[in-house]
Ligand binder design. Sequence first.
Ligand code: SF4
Length: 375
Amino acid sequence: MGAAFVRDLTELAQISEDERRRLEPVTRRYAFAANRYYLSLVNWADPDDPIRRIVVPDEGELQPWGRLDPSEEAAYTVMPGLEHKYPDTVLMLVSRLCGGVCRFCFRKRLFLKDEEEEEEILDDVDGAVRYIASRKEVTDVLLSGGDPLMLPPSRLERLISAVASVPHVRTIRVGSKVPAYMPARLTDGSGIVDVLARHSPPGRRIYLACHFSHPRELSPQAHRALRALREAGVVLVNQTPLLRGVNDDPLVLSTLLKELSAHGVAPYYVFQCRPASGNLPYVLPLETAYSIFRRAVSRCSGLSARVRFVMSHATGKVEVVGLAGETLVVRYHRSPDPRRTGAVLLLPRNPAAFWLDDYPTPESPRGALVGAAPR
Ligand code: SF4
């Protein structure tokens, strides 16, 4: 990752020796990486600083909880680094690098140091493009990882050119936290924005799903990066999990949503934090998280209030629509099962639930009432 990166807690002069000793077992289990710019945003006088919580390990990560593949991506992997879950959309895992390692990452399995994991990053780009070309129903390609904008510009160019050469691909989406973690990478002439600009002409824009989780990430450097991206013709949206101690305050979350809108970044999704291994310190019960989200959205005007609260569940993209008395109302936006897409579930409330799995399934004896999918 280069000299700007800190990968060893001994390089963090701001934490005490005692704290370092307590956190080292965490970094032996889950990788630690941060860069000097992002660490400069931390208020080290505050042990609960939200920016610090995003990148500095927490002892609670070692509590046994969650799983390494919480959305069961393996089930939808058609070749290493290529997932095909919904008919019109494929996902490519193109990089195992990020501008830092988020403590709550749901793909932290990509960064594990000590496990002989099967290679999950796309190596065979030609094979992936042949797969997409052979399936006319695929119109959307998502580049993710890791962070695609950490690739060398020449590799990003080859990748996007190859995907864009498939005539039926209409939209290329890139998921990236580089605007938050390393905004200078987008303004320092690295060539990344030039690649995006070349592939974002009118009529075939690239969408960049940014990952800002706290208003303080929207620094002057980040503002400049967002401006460069907008001028390149890239359409900007934002997605973030709702995170304990980071953005679980309606005032903080609404400020984030409003500031994003002001900078031309449409708030797109707020996610329920996934039950990934190590995530217990960062996750809130689902109904608590949704209530915080609603209170935040009620402070926002229409543009920011378009954001949706969703779960990326193994069975599909599920939006939490409302709490009505003793009932939680959710709707499947997308599902590999066409009978579920658009269907509404009325679930008996469970304040201790963290995930859809903690509610009765439609098929169970207590069965959630399922509104039929529209035809
Ligand atoms: S930027 Fe995304 S992929 Fe990278 S560590 Fe953070 S959540 Fe994980």
